[in-house]
Write a protein that binds this ligand. Structure first.
Ligand code: AFP
Length: 327
């Protein structure tokens, strides 16, 4: 009987202690998650979405609107940064009182939609630094270390919301019979070392030499050091990071060496790398660019991209050794 009481809202209130009205923003994101999950369910039924590819694309925009509407309705959010919006959206009428900045990717992994694959919504919440609309711009570009909460909703065989507010990582599974997220895991801790690596190897020709050596190292047969690792890759960061969080190992989207010799990443700092880094660190894991802690990076733009190595502490540290050429 107790289990039913462990719904998201009461859990957030119970955890609310030092969180002020943050639980209300998190609960609004849960509402958006339910709406998007229902829409994804519809997608499967109609079937015509898959044929007309551009209908799939509309889901990103629709989900973005849902997130904007539920966060606006909270009355607590001043600025929104989204993968679907070119520049930050300042809700001027909310900025007088609004305390929070929310960065989000409404449908991460959307290229998986037309094959009925796993997708997710990623979110990252920071407190505003100042009051009034003239602070709004600066508020949109804070490092990951300024996050007060982060997480994702994963739309897979079940819909799962995973979040941290700095007090550990908790998971809630949507019970569709009562329309409530019910706690399914608490204080999630990632194993210090895993046996799975996750990377799109098709990009290997443009990887930095350290990453090439590292992946080659993981594939060598040496039972004494728990190798070879096995490989898993869904192509949706939410799915690949969720598996890594629960089973350990490492997910990488390394930088790619361009014609100018510079290394650039693909994944976006504000609403992919930073929220996942906060979660992973709270679960005892690690997240870096290979050289720098993701959470320390000051964003220069709303859609800045970074290389990312994320997962079990020992695995990420090992990968950093290879990137630095120390192995
Ligand atoms: P989409 O949202 O365009 O599908 O991109 C998904 C993503 O941002 C992230 O979720 C994946 O980890 C990564 O890109 C997949 O990129 P590759 O297709 O290059 O492997």
């Amino acid at each position: 009987m107790n289990e039913i009481a462990l719904r998201l809202a009461p859990h957030l209130r119970a955890e609310a202690g030092g969180m002020g009205d943050l639980p209300f923003v998190l609960d609004q994101i849960a509402v958006a998650g339910k709406l998007i999950a229902r829409e994804l369910g519809q997608l499967g039924l109609t079937g015509d979405v898959n044929v007309q590819g551009e209908v799939v694309k509309k889901l990103d925009v629709w989900a973005n609107d849902v997130m904007v509407r539920v966060l606006d309705a909270s009355g607590l959010v001043c600025t929104l940064v989204s993968e679907e919006m070119d520049s930050p959206l300042h809700l001027a009428e909310r900025c007088a009182e609004g305390k929070y900045v929310v960065c989000f990717d409404p449908v991460d992994g959307s290229s998986n939609l037309d094959v009925n694959g796993i997708v997710g919504t990623i979110f990252s919440i920071r407190r505003r630094r100042g009051r009034g609309s003239d602070h709004a711009a600066a508020d949109a570009f804070q490092p990951g270390s300024a996050q007060v909460a982060a997480g994702y909703v994963m739309y897979g065989p079940s819909t799962v919301l995973v979040y941290t507010a700095g007090e550990g990582v908790h998971a809630f599974t949507l019970d569709t019979t009562i329309g409530e997220f019910v706690r399914s895991r608490q204080q999630i801790q990632i194993p210090s070392r895993g046996h799975i690596y996750s990377v799109n190897e098709a990009h290997a020709p443009v990887w930095p030499p350290g990453i090439l050596k590292y992946i080659d190292y993981l594939r060598q047969r040496d039972p004494a050091t728990g190798r070879p690792y096995t490989a898993r890759y869904v192509g949706s960061m939410v799915a690949d990071v969720h598996r890594t969080l629960l089973e350990g190992g490492i997910f990488l989207y390394p930088g790619e060496v361009g014609a100018d010799g510079k290394t650039s990443g693909k994944l976006r700092l504000q609403y992919e790398a930073a929220p996942m880094a906060f979660l992973m660190e709270q679960a005892g894991g690690k997240a870096s660019t290979g050289g720098e802690r993701i959470q320390d990076i000051h964003p220069a733009s709303a859609h800045q991209r970074v290389p990312i190595l994320i997962g079990s502490r020992d695995d990420v540290t090992m990968a950093e050794e290879f990137v630095a050429g120390r192995r």
